[in-house]
Design a protein. Structure first.
Length: 284
């Protein structure tokens, strides 16, 4: 499998492409990374050095890949955090170029807008771009619960409300939807739910909630779900595989007491999770 991953890159730590690329490679996927930024570390530290690349750089890199005559063998494009709407437009242009070379290629959009703890943390116009342009262009989307609510235009509390919001996202075009960090009225204290939906049904995985830094966990699960979905064609299977791996990585990170995900030390969790979580059908 060959994937283009268009995301941020940091030298220290594991977020964006610095999380997704190695994880996908460890699973045997060939990844062609396109970096939107090159920073020393993620911005959660409060200080960093580096450069944000102009949106035109994305098109240049994808054009260079196209010049090698390999886009017809590209199975999909993955995107994450957007610094500007112009970067988003460049990503959609790259997706269109890949699809022109391979009509069967898929686009996975991780519609990064914010989270429950911090609220929205993207620049003005990004949330609207995600809702109106990126999500309709995608075959797979991977919002967290907060982002699902922003895409649907309303807050959701019950599992039934969450599934209705998922249906709204499906109606925009995506075939598969993964919702992470779900905390519904039915989620027990100390637990966290992840929900996946595709034409094969809706499924839920419930894991213990771990008290550990999780920067990059959303980037990881989006990449893993995309890979496993393309390989199996089943959102339920992809949900189980991706969630089990990320939970194992986060548990190993907690046990190690590190502030960054222990992606390298615990890389075996990517291919053989130490604990597997079975998807449960919901909403029948």
């Amino acid at each position: 499998m060959n994937l283009i991953s268009i995301q941020s890159h940091v030298a220290y730590g594991h977020v964006g492409n610095s999380a997704a690329v190695f994880a996908l490679q460890r699973l045997g996927c060939e990844v062609w990374p396109v970096h939107t930024v090159q920073l020393s570390n993620h911005t959660g530290y409060g200080a960093w050095k580096g450069e944000v690349f102009a949106a035109a750089r994305i098109g240049e890199i994808v054009d260079g890949i196209a010049d090698r005559g390999v886009l017809s063998g590209c199975d999909g494009v993955l995107s994450g955090y957007l610094g500007t709407v112009e970067t988003g437009e460049a990503i959609l242009a790259a997706v269109a170029k890949v699809k022109a070379a391979n009509a069967d290629a898929s686009y996975c959009c991780d519609p990064v807008i914010g989270n429950r703890a911090r609220g929205a943390f993207v620049r003005p116009g990004i949330a609207e771009f995600m809702r109106e342009r990126a999500v309709p262009a995608a075959q797979i989307v991977t919002p967290n619960h907060f982002e699902l609510d922003r895409l649907a235009g309303r807050d959701t509390g019950s599992l039934a409300e969450i599934l209705c919001a998922v249906d709204d996202v499906h109606a925009c075009g995506p075939r598969a939807v993964l919702v992470t960090s779900v905390r519904s009225d039915e989620t027990p204290d100390g637990s966290l739910d992840v929900v996946a939906s595709d034409p094969g049904g809706r499924h839920l995985v419930r894991t213990p909630r771990l008290a550990t830094p999780a920067n990059g966990a959303g980037d990881l699960i989006a990449a893993l779900f995309f890979f496993h979905y393309l390989r199996s064609g089943s959102a339920a299977n992809a949900l189980a595989d991706a969630t089990s791996s990320v939970f194992g990585l986060l548990r190993r990170t907690r046990d190690a007491g590190t502030s960054e995900i222990a992606l390298i030390a615990a890389q075996d969790e990517l291919v053989a999770p130490s604990e597997r979580f079975a998807p449960v059908p919901i909403g029948l």
